[in-house]
Ligand binder design. Structure first.
Ligand code: CAA
Length: 378
């Protein structure tokens, strides 16, 4: 067993870390305040090849693996969790299902420009009445000649409004609401529109919107996978997506720890740095230990996927553990900063707000437990 990252992975980490520090961190607080997505940052990620890390070169990617991808999401999230999830949703939720289930034509048309960062992808599963119970969706699609007509709406869509196309799930058998199919829906298809933009507690520079289908015309060739296979496509996509969120959570927690350690070394009370006082030093030790455990789970799940081994349970575990770690560590980081941590003068309050979503999206922590326990007992 070898826990040392390869030179390739270390180089990628350093490259993303430098980029994140120079190009992402300086505006992170302002973008959060203004709820502003910055297309320039996405374009620069594309120039560095970050938008296509795990995809083969023939599809515009850099031909690396899922471990490299989670390292990139982690390093971005260490300074800006919004940038981390933009890349995560683009790669795991939109790129992955096209790579896995797409025809050669669909890969050339959709995966390649996504990998090159010329187009942005999104994923539409959740509906107003169907969150954790993803199988209860109402959005439907009926075949009419050479196209499908979609009606319904999806909510809480990461990259909503900035994506060029979305992987959308809809009921295709009116007699069986469980029989769903996946579609690639372009933003310019007739009947497609972007609805309400959410105002959020955290990840505020990552746009989250509703997407609406009103007699939306989707060409037959934009069916992704087989008719009736949609739920499987959605679930398998989330198996990997969840590990991207685990990486985001690890990055958020690490960013909060970095800030807390630096502050604790500088801040003096009772005649010495608070880092030299056990109440704080033990806190830092616990934070670092939890982060390391979360990181190992995340890297393990990514490694399993890269090796072609089963990773669904491990990915649910990494998201569960890393999400809780991010919430705990960021809350403690605010505590280390005391009153200053509660202000916008320091980044830890943003990290704490950003951490919360990692316990909710791509399956709540309760759903992760359900997935893990079902796999243990099946
Ligand atoms: N891989 C392959 N197939 C799977 C699967 C998986 N991981 N999980 C389920 N399936 C298959 C089952 O084998 C079953 O197939 P058969 O009918 O052929 O037997 C079928 O799917 C139905 O499975 P279940 O009976 O387990 O379905 P369920 O209704 O009990 O639901 C669930 C399972 C795990 C609770 C699921 O609904 C779920 O994951 N819910 C959470 C939804 C979620 O994570 N939403 C996140 C939205 S995306 C998001 O958040 C993005 C963002 O903003 C960044």
């Amino acid at each position: 067993m070898n826990f040392k990252l390869s030179e390739e992975h270390e180089m990628l980490r350093k490259m993303v870390r430098d980029f994140a520090r120079k190009e992402v961190e300086p505006t992170a607080a302002d973008r959060d305040e203004e709820e502003r997505f910055d297309m320039n940052i996405f374009n620069k990620m594309a120039e560095l090849g970050l938008t296509g890390i795990p995809w083969p070169e023939e599809y515009g990617g850099i031909g690396s693996d899922y471990l490299a991808y989670v390292i990139a999401v982690e390093e971005l999230s260490r300074v800006c969790a919004s940038t981390g999830v933009t890349l995560s949703a683009h790669t795991s939720l939109a790129g992955w299902p096209v790579y896995k289930f797409g025809t050669e034509e669909q890969k050339q048309k959709y995966l390649k420009p996504m990998a090159l960062g010329e187009k942005i992808g999104g994923y539409g599963l959740t509906e107003p009445g169907s969150g954790s119970d993803a199988g209860g969706m109402r959005t439907n699609a009926r075949l009419e000649g050479d196209h499908y007509i979609l009606n319904g709406s999806k909510i809480f869509i990461t990259n909503g409004g900035i994506a060029d196309f979305y992987i959308v799930f809809a009921v295709t058998d009116p007699t069986n609401s469980k029989s769903t199919s996946a579609f690639i829906v372009e933003k310019d298809f007739p009947g497609f529109s972007v609805g309400k933009k959410e105002r959020k507690l955290g990840i505020r520079s990552s746009p989250t919107t509703e997407i609406i289908f009103e007699q939306c015309i989707v060409p037959k060739e934009n069916l992704l996978g087989q008719v009736g296979e949609g739920f499987k496509v959605a679930m398998m996509t989330l198996d990997g997506g969840r590990n991207g969120i685990a990486a985001q959570a690890v990055g958020i927690a690490q960013g909060a720890l970095d800030a807390a350690v630096a502050y604790a070394k500088e801040r003096e009370q009772f005649g010495k740095p608070i880092a030299a006082q056990q109440g704080i030093s033990f806190k830092l030790a616990d934070m670092a230990t939890s982060i390391e455990a979360a990181r190992l789970l995340t890297y393990q799940a990514a490694w399993l996927e890269s090796q072609g081994l089963p990773y669904g349970k491990e990915s649910a575990m990494s998201k569960l553990f890393a999400g809780d770690t991010a919430m705990k560590v960021t809350t403690e980081a605010v505590q280390v900063f005391g009153g200053y941590g509660y202000t916008k003068d320091y980044p830890v309050e943003r990290f704490m707000r950003d951490a919360k979503i990692t316990q909710i999206y791509e399956g709540t922590q309760e759903i992760q437990r359900l997935v893990i326990s079902r796999m243990l007992t099946k």
